[in-house]
Design a protein around this ligand. Structure first.
Ligand SMILES: *Cc1c(COP(=O)(O)O)cnc(C)c1O
Length: 641
């Protein structure tokens, strides 16, 4: 492999965060592997070119179900290994928390692979449950219900049990128990042989997780029963003669748990709680350890928010070892471990590819003749001097002088002392001094912080054809980092530093933090934009939460979507789903395009009547307006339709 390609792989950190699913081929294109380290690959640039020929332009979300399978297998294998290594007597099963990505294809593909290991589903709302009840699950897999539930929700759960699912109603509040017991009596009164749901309880642990979702755990957490509440559940169930329904103990201390030590502490506490309940002769079978397995988005393998200081095998080892040790100590059977990992399974499989539409000019370019003029005000003359005489020795001092002169320039302008031309000239000179100072600063081994700031000011701003709010909402809301990488030109050295602006009119619609092994990058190395040649970027690891939490800001709807399988003969585009049209986007805010067309037509008719528009023009206008209803909400590539 060429030295430049090796260098770009390092620049973008592919080998750090890519989990062996991604690489670069000899053409300098980003590739996706069918499985970790596999020889079967797909060339992402070729896929995008191919889709473009079919009229599917960027932004487009590429879904690679094989990466979802890969993650499922990795998780399953890790637990299988640990169970063997530690002589653990219980099993391991997952239930996929639908809220992480409820898209039908994601859930169905998950079940397709997951049924081989009895992996089931977790639903946190009535809508998710409603969908889950119709989906085909492995016979022995569970359907776990978390979240707050009213009687209707619980009634639907009973219907699910009758329909054959192994439903577990996790009690989050005591009122849920009352509804459950009542419905159990009603159900049995109708049919003594009816299959009933199982009951679980969510415990509020004293132990907390680490990372952004830390407050999901600990005493002040929103969910879970305290020790006395759990004892109350047991008492009421026993009294009602239904204690045999209690089968599962659940906890979940948050998402993206970055620190393995905290996870171990929570496991210890939960395992001890399980053991104590088990000793009360209550045959709980399942210990549900929740979700939270983190994705190493920045590849640093640390407890930093966008990372994780453990891998799947280390996670499994700790879970199995801790639970086994506690159970043996308390002399109770090993429970079957249920895991609700969502992020870890789905993050890798989706990639959003979009084009850089343009560059936004921020630094004032040299537009005016800059020869020094004897009529120039003193402040402009001084900036001129700075520009002329700045050197590697004085650049720091000169840069600070320039900052002062710029202040002075604005003050004088506001007082009406200098003209618009003077101000323009002063600004151009100021930015020239900055660029020179930056040039000198970057040659030094140690770049002072003030020049890092300057670099950020001077860097290019690339206008990327997507909405952060729609496609990477956690970057906006939580400063969660996602790897971003060009899908081509990776055999060429990136020569620009840039931040990204999205196409919403919101000043928050920017990406100015990028993954880095040791820190967070403020600017991303990218290539120069060439005229008439699209430049494509991939936002990686966006398969968890981003799609379903993305919003409609500025009415940028869901992007096009393509499902890709990687086989012996390269890739196959299995399915293309059209992204949102204007009429789709408007429908989300209850505008009906038919009605809009009527109103527009009425306006035009009036103009025709008033003689302001000819009949021909009017008809053309109407036709044109109506044709827009089916167009894509995003920008078209320059020069294309
Ligand atoms: C959100 C959630 C999960 C999923 O967490 P991940 O971090 O995506 O693995 C699991 N269980 C419960 C109860 C949740 O609320």
């Amino acid at each position: 492999m060429s030295a430049i390609i090796e260098q770009t792989i390092e620049t973008y950190g592919i080998e750090n965060w890519g989990a062996d699913y991604f690489g670069v081929n000899r053409k300098g294109h980003l590739i996706v592997r069918a499985a970790e380290g596999d020889n079967l690959t797909a060339d992402v640039k070729e896929i995008i070119d191919d889709l473009r020929k079919r009229g599917i332009n960027t932004p487009v979300l590429l879904r690679f179900p094989q990466l979802l399978f890969g993650q499922i297998r990795k998780l399953q294998k890790s637990f299988r290994n640990s169970i063997k290594e530690f002589d653990y007597n219980g099993g391991h099963m997952c239930v996929y928390p639908m809220k992480v990505n409820q898209n039908r294809s994601v859930v169905e593909e998950y079940l397709r692979e997951g049924k081989r290991y009895n992996f089931g589903l977790e639903a946190g709302s009535k809508a998710e449950l409603y969908a889950a009840l119709a989906l085909e699950q492995a016979e022995d897999s569970l359907l776990v219900l978390n979240g707050f539930k009213d009687r209707d929700f619980i009634k639907l759960a009973f219907a699910g049990a009758k329909a054959g699912k192994n439903v577990v109603i996790v009690i989050e509040k005591l009122s849920e128990l009352d509804h459950t017991l009542q419905l159990a009596e009603e159900t049995v009164a109708d049919n003594t042989k009816a299959k009933l749901p199982m009951i679980g309880v969510r415990v509020k642990l004293y132990s907390k997780g680490s990372g952004k979702w830390e407050k999901s755990g600990g005493e002040a957490a929103k969910f879970g029963l305290t020790t006395t509440e759990i004892l109350e559940v047991i008492r009421r169930l026993t009294e009602a003669g239904r204690i045999d329904m209690l089968k599962l103990l659940h906890f979940h201390i948050g998402s993206q748990l970055t620190d393995i030590k905290r996870i171990k502490n929570a496991m210890k506490e939960a395992a001890r709680t399980y053991a104590k309940i088990r000793q009360m002769q209550i045959p709980i079978e399942f210990l549900d350890v929740g979700g939270g397995m983190a994705v190493d988005y920045d590849g640093s393998r640390t407890s930093y928010e966008s990372s994780a200081n453990y891998n799947a095998q280390e996670f499994a080892n700790d879970v199995i070892y801790v639970i086994k040790t506690v159970c043996d100590d308390e002399d109770v059977p090993h429970p079957t471990i249920i895991q609700e990992s969502g992020r870890y399974l789905t993050a890798y499989h989706a990639i959003l590819v979009t084009n850089v539409q343009d560059e936004i000019e921020t630094v004032v370019e040299d537009l005016t003749p800059l020869a020094l003029d004897e009529h120039d005000p003193q402040v402009v003359k001084e900036l001129h001097d700075l520009r002329k005489n700045i050197t590697a020795k004085n650049y720091r001092e000169y840069y600070h002088d320039a900052l002062e002169h710029r202040e002075e320039l604005f003050t004088m302008f506001n007082l009406g002392l200098i003209s618009l031309e003077d101000r323009g000239k002063g600004e151009v000179l100021f930015w020239d001094v900055c660029e020179k100072a930056d040039g000198f600063a970057q040659q030094k081994k140690y770049v002072a912080e003030e020049f890092d700031e300057l670099r950020r000011l001077l860097c290019a701003k690339y206008l990327a054809n997507f909405s952060v709010f729609r496609s990477m909402p956690d970057n906006w809301a939580l400063e969660q980092l996602f790897p971003i990488i060009p899908i081509h030109k990776l055999n060429k050295k990136p020569t620009e530093y840039a931040t990204l602006c999205d196409i919403t009119c919101d000043s928050d619609g920017i990406v100015d933090k990028f993954v880095d092994l040791h820190d967070v990058k403020q600017v991303l190395e990218l290539h120069n934009l060439e005229k008439d040649e699209p430049y494509y970027l991939a936002m990686m690891l966006v398969g968890a939460y981003q799609e379903v939490m993305g919003n409609n800001h500025n009415l940028f709807g869901v992007p096009h979507e393509a499902h890709i399988y990687i086989g012996e003969d390269g890739y196959i585009i299995k399915k293309v789903i059209q992204g949102a049209t204007l009429s789709d986007a408007l429908a989300t805010v209850r505008f009906d395009s038919g009605q809009l067309h009527d109103q527009f037509r009425r306006n035009i008719m009036q103009k025709i009547k008033d003689g302001e528009v000819s009949t021909k023009e009017g008809n053309e206008l109407i036709e044109y307006y109506e044709s827009q209803a089916e167009s894509y909400t995003y920008l078209s590539l320059n020069g294309s339709e």
